[in-house]
Design a protein around this ligand. Sequence first.
Ligand SMILES: N[C@@H](CCC(=O)N[C@@H](CS)C(=O)NCC(=O)O)C(=O)O
Length: 153
Amino acid sequence: MVGNAPSSLLMPSLTKTSAGIKVAILLEELKEGYGKEYTVFVMNGSERETMKHWWIRIAPGGKVPCVIDRDQGRYAITEGHAILNYLTRHYDPALQYSFADPLEACAAEQWISWLHAGLGTFVIATVQHRPHDWTMLEARERYLTLITRSRTG
Ligand SMILES: N[C@@H](CCC(=O)N[C@@H](CS)C(=O)NCC(=O)O)C(=O)O
């Protein structure tokens, strides 16, 4: 499906993803404002697709959101904040959804950083939202894997 998608921007996603909403909104705005098409493909959350090797090679943190830009050699961007910056830098030339003024840009970045708050969303997703299908051992393992990755780049 990915190979046949008509648009250059691909957004792999899960059916339920609070972290992906901001990216979905911007993609929709870019479509509305510039006619920039995108394609969503939904991964199987119950199969733990985000833990699989093929996905970790695309997104080393094992999470969505992610956007793959086929116009840039299938460049994959992960982490919501970075994705929003990437999309506006590349696909918002008239600054409809971003700012030229450094102070306005900084104000927007502060709010996006706050929203992004990676460690907070990680802890919530791992420890609070999954008490029924994750054991603490699995949560601990995922957390340690991410910490190791963050140290080794
Ligand atoms: N810091 C990340 C957090 C991403 C995140 O927590 N994604 C969740 C969905 S809301 C996810 O991919 N969960 C799947 C998993 O952990 O296997 C961002 O905001 O982009």
